[in-house]
Write a protein that binds this ligand. Structure first.
Ligand SMILES: Nc1ncnc2c1ncn2[C@@H]1O[C@H](COP(=O)(O)OP(=O)(O)OP(=O)(O)O)[C@@H](O)[C@H]1O
Ligand SMILES: [Mg+2]
Length: 259
């Protein structure tokens, strides 16, 4: 193969990279509180995209709009090419099985065991798993991938904060999603546990070949996991680039994120 062909092939490969998520001109206000003012995002297959923004800047609102838990005022949100703002309930439910969502604050069910917590999404999306008679292999696989197979019969109250995050991740993984959304995966954790969770996120991406959107204000987390970053300021994309590009910026607002 000659060199020109090689270059052509590389360019073709890039242009053919699948768009997993696409948000265009997303707007959301609560009364006079204009939270999102035209936010845009593209997440490509296999990519780790980090969104950073100050507390209250609208990161969780954006992610809730993305999974249909909150309705945006305007804008389009496409998940693997489908505009979720135009889907009916059943279609929305189907597309949700492709997205694993790690909520800010875990959202494990306190009255359920680890096993029951992991079974919950399987039962909720019965259709996708109608031929599944025994949930144990899937539960074991998900728990093993976060290193917590031995906790299957424990209650959430018997787990540490870091363990709860891992179980929440196992619960997100059980549907074998193509996309994982992490809302503050390391908040409230000590630095060592944070590092373990970050390592786990990287391992999961390799093992399951997922595309990830990671919301964080943890600079260490952003440095280790991000391939690309978006800084959210005043409800819109203030800056975009790799960690190295943004961390060396001379812009005062950008610099503030890395202090
Ligand atoms: N259901 C709601 N009703 C009214 N206002 C809301 C609602 N949800 C969020 N907001 C407002 O939207 C703004 C953005 O909130 P959001 O939770 O998205 O912030 P965040 O960037 O995720 O912050 P943090 O880093 O603290 O998690 C805040 O001003 C918040 O008060
Ligand atoms: Mg939040």
């Amino acid at each position: 193969m000659n060199q020109t062909q090689n270059i052509l092939d590389v360019t073709k490969e890039q242009s053919e990279k699948k768009l997993m998520l696409e948000i265009v001109d997303l707007r959301k206000s609560f009364g006079n509180n204009h939270v999102l003012n035209g936010f845009n995002l593209e997440l490509f297959e296999g990519e780790n995209l980090v969104i950073m923004g100050k507390s209250g800047s609208g990161k969780s609102v954006m992610i809730k709009c993305l999974v249909g838990l909150m309705q945006a005022d305007s804008g389009s949100i496409k998940v693997m090419g489908k505009d979720i703002t135009k889907l009916n309930r059943v279609e929305l439910d189907n597309i949700r099985t492709e997205i694993g969502f790690l909520f800010q604050g875990n959202a494990l069910y306190d009255s359920m065991t680890v096993r029951e917590n992991l079974e919950f999404p399987l039962r909720r999306h019965k259709k996708k798993f109608e031929n599944l008679t025994d949930t144990t292999p899937l539960i074991t696989e998900a728990l093993e991938s976060v290193g917590l197979a031995h906790t299957v019969n424990l209650m959430p109250s018997e787990l540490s904060g870091g363990m709860k995050k891992r179980i929440a991740l196992a619960r997100a993984l059980i549907l074998k999603p193509k996309i994982i959304l992490y809302d503050e995966p390391t908040s409230g954790l000590d630095p060592i546990t944070s590092k373990e969770i970050i390592e786990l996120m990287r391992r999961v991406q390799k093992q399951y070949k997922t595309s990830s959107l990671i919301i964080t204000h943890d600079v260490d987390c952003a440095r280790v996991v991000s391939e690309r970053m978006i800084l959210l300021v005043d409800g819109t994309n203030y800056a975009e680039g790799t960690f190295t590009e943004l961390a060396s910026s001379n812009d005062e607002q950008v610099k503030a994120f890395f202090k």
